[in-house]
Design a protein around this ligand. Structure first.
Ligand SMILES: Nc1ncnc2c1ncn2[C@@H]1O[C@H](COP(=O)(O)OP(=O)(O)O)[C@@H](O)[C@H]1O
Ligand SMILES: [Mg+2]
Length: 257
C-alpha cells in the first residue's frame, strides 16, 4: 500500500454513549468494504477494545512509547494484534498507571506511522479533555462525535461544540446515537440541534438497540460482521455504511487537494 490512509476519531462529550461499540461497528463495515483497518485504542485509562474482541494481551500504546523513547522501536506491525484478515488493534495499556507515563507527543508519532500502514485508522477515545485527547482531536482527519438523547450529554456537547467553533475546527460529523438509550426521548431531533448548536449528520435509530449485545461482546464478535444482525438491522447498517463511505470519499478529496 502506497497511499496514506485516513484517520477517524470517535469522540463524545460524555462516557457511556456508545463510542467503543460504534468504533467496532465501523471497523466491521470497513472490512466489508475490503479496507485494512487499525483500531487504535486511545482510551488509555479504560480501554477495552482487545477485551471486547477477545484478542490476546499483546503489546500496547505503552510499549510503543516505551520502546520509542528507549531507541528500541521496531516496525509498527510489532505493536499491533491481529483480529482477522482486515482488522488489527493497537491496544490501550493494560495497567492504567502506564497510561499516565505516555507523553502526548506519541499521538502524532503513532498516527503518522498508522496511516502509512492501513487504509483506515479508527481511534477510540474517552471523553476527558486531556492534552493527549485534545491532540488526537486535532490530528485526526475526521472526528465523529457521538451524542445521545441524554440531557447531561447534550449540555456537555454544547460546550464542546462551542470550543470547536472557537478553534475553527470543521472536520467533524455529528452522529445522534438513539440506539443506546432507546427509552430516552425527552428531546426531538430539532430540539437536539438547537441545544448543541450544530447539525446532526447521521442518526442510529432506536431499532439498533441490541438486546443480546453482551452475547456479541462475550464471543468477541463485531455486530456489523454478523450476517444475521446485518439483515435484522438493515436500516442502521445502511447508515453505518453511509458514514464509512462519506468519510472515505472526503479523505480522498483531501489527498487530491
Ligand atoms: N446499540 C446498542 N444496543 C445495546 N447496548 C448498547 C448499544 N451500544 C452500546 N451499548 C452498551 O452501552 C454501554 C456503553 O457503550 P460503549 O460503547 O462502551 O460506550 P463508550 O465507549 O462511549 O463509553 C455498553 O455496555 C454497551 O454494551
Ligand atoms: Mg469506550
Amino acid at each position: 500500500m502506497n497511499n496514506k490512509g485516513i484517520s477517524i476519531c470517535v469522540a463524545s462529550a460524555k462516557g457511556g454513549v456508545g463510542k467503543t461499540i460504534t468504533t467496532l461497528n465501523l471497523a466491521g463495515i470497513f472490512e466489508v468494504l475490503e479496507k485494512k483497518v487499525l483500531i487504535l485504542d486511545f482510551d488509555l485509562t479504560g480501554g477495552g477494545i482487545s477485551a471486547a474482541l477477545n484478542i490476546p494481551n499483546g503489546k500496547s500504546v505503552y510499549h510503543f512509547a516505551y520502546d520509542y523513547n528507549n531507541n528500541q522501536y521496531q516496525e509498527f506491525k510489532n505493536y499491533v494484534t491481529k483480529y482477522d484478515d482486515y482488522i488489527d488493534v493497537l491496544a490501550s495499556p493494560k495497567d492504567p498507571r502506564q497510561a499516565l507515563k505516555i507523553d502526548p507527543k506519541y499521538v502524532e508519532i503513532i498516527l503518522d506511522k498508522a496511516v502509512f500502514n492501513y487504509d483506515v485508522v479508527l481511534i477510540d477515545t474517552n471523553h476527558d479533555l486531556t492534552d493527549f485527547n485534545i491532540l488526537t482531536l486535532d490530528l485526526a482527519d475526521t472526528i465523529l462525535f457521538l451524542v445521545t438523547n441524554d440531557p447531561l450529554d447534550l449540555k456537555n456537547m454544547r460546550s464542546l461544540i462551542s470550543i470547536f467553533k472557537d478553534l475553527n475546527l470543521k472536520n467533524y460529523k455529528v452522529l445522534l446515537n438513539e440506539s443506546i438509550f432507546p427509552f430516552k426521548d425527552y428531546f426531538g431531533i430539532y430540539d437536539i440541534k438547537n441545544i448543541i448548536k450544530a447539525n446532526i449528520d447521521y442518526v442510529l435509530s432506536k431499532d439498533f438497540y441490541i438486546k443480546n449485545i453482551d452475547n456479541f461482546i462475550m464471543n468477541g464478535k463485531i455486530i456489523t460482521l454478523d450476517k444475521k444482525a446485518s439483515s435484522v438491522f438493515a436500516k442502521d447498517y445502511t447508515t453505518l455504511m453511509g458514514i464509512c463511505t462519506d468519510i472515505f470519499k472526503e479523505g480522498d478529496k483531501h489527498e487530491d487537494a
